[in-house]
Design a protein around this ligand. Sequence first.
Ligand SMILES: C[S@@+](CC[C@H](N)C(=O)[O-])C[C@H]1O[C@@H](n2cnc3c(N)ncnc32)[C@H](O)[C@@H]1O
Length: 302
Amino acid sequence: MIRAAYLAAAGFEAELAEDLRRAGATIAAWHGRLALSPDPPADAPWSLDTWTAPVEIPAPSVKAAADALRAIQRNWAHLPHLHHRRSALIAARLPPVKARPLVFPEPAPAAPLGAWTLLAPERLLASPSKTSPFVNGEVRFVEDREGPPSRAYLKLWEALTRIGRHPRPGETCLDLGAAPGGWTWALARLGARVIAVDKAPLDPAIAALPAVSCRRESAFALDPRREAPVDWLFSDIICYPARLLALVRRWIEAGAARNLVCTLKFQGATDHDTAAAFAAIPGGLLFHGFHNKHELTFARLA
Ligand SMILES: C[S@@+](CC[C@H](N)C(=O)[O-])C[C@H]1O[C@@H](n2cnc3c(N)ncnc32)[C@H](O)[C@@H]1O
């Protein structure tokens, strides 16, 4: 019996498998990028989307499959893998799920969304509930191709959408590892005051924004006990995750940042031990977002 299914981003199946091993959850089989487990759902930061209540349903015909899904609920995300033609015919009989890109900062969709796939021509796996409100965990935004100097802002938009909070006008944000300025741009656009810290210069257009001030120094040289407290601490610094963990702990212990959002960037092998230490920070959330590459996002809100 399958009691949970976990969707890895393409290329990150090994990271997900290690998460599940550490959580004590067995993988009975892989169905493409979907790890099928006989154990109850577990926390797995590398899962883009976790199917929390999967059931196997006989699907003797296309119509029977679609009817069975519709009898459970209205909205279903399709995870295509095998039996593409039959899958597409079933999907065509279901109400379309609007995959309209979000206009940040609009909230994530609130309507219940399930997920299904064809395990075999006549057998569905369907979960009425899953952790991501997006089709297969794929969060898409209406992008801004002119304002930001890099595409890193999409990762920040995704994190803020996921936590359901963002800086308010007038709040202070410290943006560590800010250059060339994608996150700083996104924060300034929310009306926040941004202190951008980087050893490298910001894009001049971002540095010139009225709400932005720049500090050309190492983020690790800041002593949170001597800095004015901030509403938000952001970090997208390229550094070893263990070094970031020490930095985050210093800011939390000093009580100098009410909310934190940062990226753990892995170089070479994934440092699962440090990821686990981040996951263990009380009140924290650790996840692999759709816009994350070989990195995880950590967030902790007041
Ligand atoms: C991925 S980039 C950040 C992209 C940025 N968030 C954006 O949206 O444009 C990583 C940055 O970390 C900076 N960095 C590396 N070591 C640093 C340090 N010790 N202190 C501050 N910034 C550092 C690099 O100079 C680089 O600009």
